[in-house]
Design a protein around this ligand. Structure first.
Ligand code: SF4
Length: 333
């Protein structure tokens, strides 16, 4: 196994709710509630879950785009919380993010050349006035033409704009790229092309990805391991094959059953979850999934489940469910 590039320890991201004339804190939205995981060099770990489960906040908290409430993020042996603003800016060269909406994240008043030149300039890569060849090379790398470098973002299609976003991330030679719903806004055929591009770039530059998506079909193409989140907590972390063949958590089972049958090998019985996702302001006691879980028992509303090893030798992952026995989820009503 390659070295651990990213380690997240007990990360919490609570957003205060303020009320009244004195603006007093009346509660917290527990967007991320004590999650821990590791990502190895060259690996793609995907974070999945319904909207509002905390997956995007996790990505942003790791990068300190929002300052975490508590917990540690260790990147390449360095605790990110210990860095001052200047040190963090330097470190960001190694950790880049690609957003869902490339149009919103690209300055409409800058040409592609300006966008990439600025990103490289901030990180001190190359010399001012001397980066044009490198930028042309980057355009080719992401499947665009060097004749396009003086165009503006609005002159590109959605898929091409996302390629510019990828070129910007690559321009500073990162080690880790956080892809936050990076292909969600694209048409199906373009989505496949961008996913293939990301895979090719990973091989070429030995990149590591933290891939955040609500779409298990997409995640299946790109992941090595998958982390399933619900109400700010991790429900399951598993190797991709193990998760799709033998989900270790009732929530994962429900998510998988909602993928259209053409996207999975065997038609599976659809599991319809009852009710809505509870509020992260006042999450349920015990297992956070107990209000919607089809196999919940009394213990589920009382005791927080510990992580249990999955796989007969504990080799495939972990599940936070009381009803995992000998590495297998006992899914009986
Ligand atoms: Fe369902 Fe209980 Fe397992 Fe939670 S602990 S997933 S409520 S069976």
């Amino acid at each position: 196994m390659s070295k651990v590039l990213l380690e997240v320890r007990d990360l919490k991201q609570y957003f205060p709710i303020r009320k009244g004339v004195f603006n007093r804190i009346s509660g917290y939205v527990k967007a991320v509630d004590g999650i821990s995981f590791k990502v190895h060099e060259g690996e793609t770990v995907s974070v999945v879950g319904e909207s509002g489960c905390g997956k995007s906040t996790t990505g942003r908290s790791i990068l300190r785009l929002v300052e975490p409430t508590s917990g540690e993020v260790i990147f390449d042996g360095v605790k990110l919380s210990s860095l001052n603003k200047q040190e963090l800016r330097k470190k960001r060269k190694d950790i880049q993010i690609i957003f869902q909406d490339p149009y919103a994240s690209l300055n409409p008043r800058q040409t592609v050349f300006d966008i990439l030149d600025e990103a490289m300039g901030i990180q001190g890569i190359g010399e001012k006035g001397n980066r044009r060849d490198r930028i042309k090379e980057l355009m080719h790398t992401v499947g665009l033409g060097d004749h396009q470098i003086d165009l503006y973002p609005h002159q590109f299609s959605g898929g091409q704009r996302q390629r510019i976003g990828i070129a910007r991330a690559l321009s500073v030679k990162p080690k880790l790229i956080v892809c936050d719903e990076a292909v969600s806004a694209l048409d199906v055929s373009i989505r496949a092309q961008v996913l293939n591009l990301l895979k090719d770039l990973q091989k070429k530059y030995h990149l590591t990805y933290l891939f955040i998506s609500h779409d298990l079909g997409v995640v299946r193409h790109i992941s090595d391991r998958i982390l399933v989140m619900y109400l700010g907590k991790i429900m399951e972390i598993s190797e991709k094959e193990a998760l799709f063949e033998n989900p270790g958590h009732p929530y994962t089972k429900a998510l998988l059953s909602s993928i259209p049958s053409t996207q999975i090998d065997n038609k599976k019985e659809r599991i319809i979850l009852k009710g809505d996702v509870p509020s992260p302001i006042n999450p349920p006691t015990g297992c956070p999934f107990h209000t919607r879980c089809p196999i919940a028992k009394d213990i589920c509303s009382k005791d927080i489940p510990k992580f249990h090893n999955l796989g007969t030798n504990g080799e495939s992952g972990f599940s936070a469910c009381h009803f995992v026995e000998n590495g297998v989820l006992q899914y009986k009503n």
